[in-house]
Write a protein that binds this ligand. Structure first.
Ligand SMILES: N[C@@H](CCC(=O)N[C@@H](CS)C(=O)NCC(=O)O)C(=O)O
Length: 220
């Protein structure tokens, strides 16, 4: 059987989540990196695989799976160990709850901060960025409290919730560390000062098997 292929763009949080899942499960795969600067994800060949020209996409044994959560669910069903979506109904519910809360309350707001800061435009729309940071800090406060009671995002074991949240939080902290953040006073960077439990959880994530392989190539 051939190895699964993963189409990805470096630094894309959803792609990073899938790569972490592949690494944690010990699945050897062929990385197929697309260059966003060249809009390779919109090439006619790739649009045959992903009609919206988006990543991540996993191709495994003749099956093409789009959408991060669909890919994670597929991997969990196809490659059982370690389970990413829990082993009891309560665990499964808690994991999905954390994922849904991240997607509903954190992911887009983090984008409102990271996009302008990565482009060096944070000061131009300072009010929008600081408003978004306030919303993000409220979410991080909830996560910080959760991590004061449990080691991982949805309980005592690593799960898909950790793999989904980690790249989003990394995108945020990397953006917040950019020059100019001090002037904006976002209250996010350094994470160790503002959210020590989240920072400690990041350190644990860094110890995962294959962590370095999944790290965005252009951030290295
Ligand atoms: N809901 C999709 C979102 C995927 C998505 O937004 N991918 C972005 C990268 S983070 C993308 O493909 N951007 C390139 C583009 O749209 O041209 C998923 O979770 O897979």
């Amino acid at each position: 059987m051939t190895q699964p292929e993963l189409y990805f763009i470096s630094g894309s949080p959803p792609c990073w989540s899938v790569m972490l899942a592949l690494e944690v499960k010990g699945i050897a795969y062929e990385p197929r990196r697309l260059d966003n600067a060249k809009r390779e994800q919109k090439s006619p060949e790739y649009l045959k695989i992903s009609p919206r020209g988006q990543v991540p996409v996993l191709v495994d044994d003749g099956t093409t799976v789009r959408e991060t959560l669909a890919v994670l669910s597929y991997l969990d069903a196809q490659y059982a160990e370690p389970p990413l979506f829990g082993q009891t109904p309560v665990e499964t519910a808690r994991i999905w709850q954390a994922i849904c809360e991240c997607d509903a309350n954190l992911r887009d707001t983090v984008g409102e901060i990271s996009r302008p800061l990565f482009r060096g435009k944070g000061m131009e729309i300072a009010q929008q960025v600081t408003d978004a940071a306030e919303k993000v800090r409220a979410e991080l406060d909830l996560i910080e409290t959760g991590l004061s009671k449990e080691a991982w995002m949805a309980g005592d074991n690593l799960s898909a919730a950790d793999l989904i949240l980690y790249p989003v939080i990394m995108q945020l902290t990397r953006a917040a560390a950019r020059e100019g953040e001090a002037a904006l006073e976002l209250g996010i960077h350094p994470l160790a000062r503002h959210f020590p439990n989240i920072d400690g959880w990041c350190r644990e994530m860094e110890k995962l098997p294959g962590y370095d392989n999944a790290f965005p190539p252009h951030w290295k």
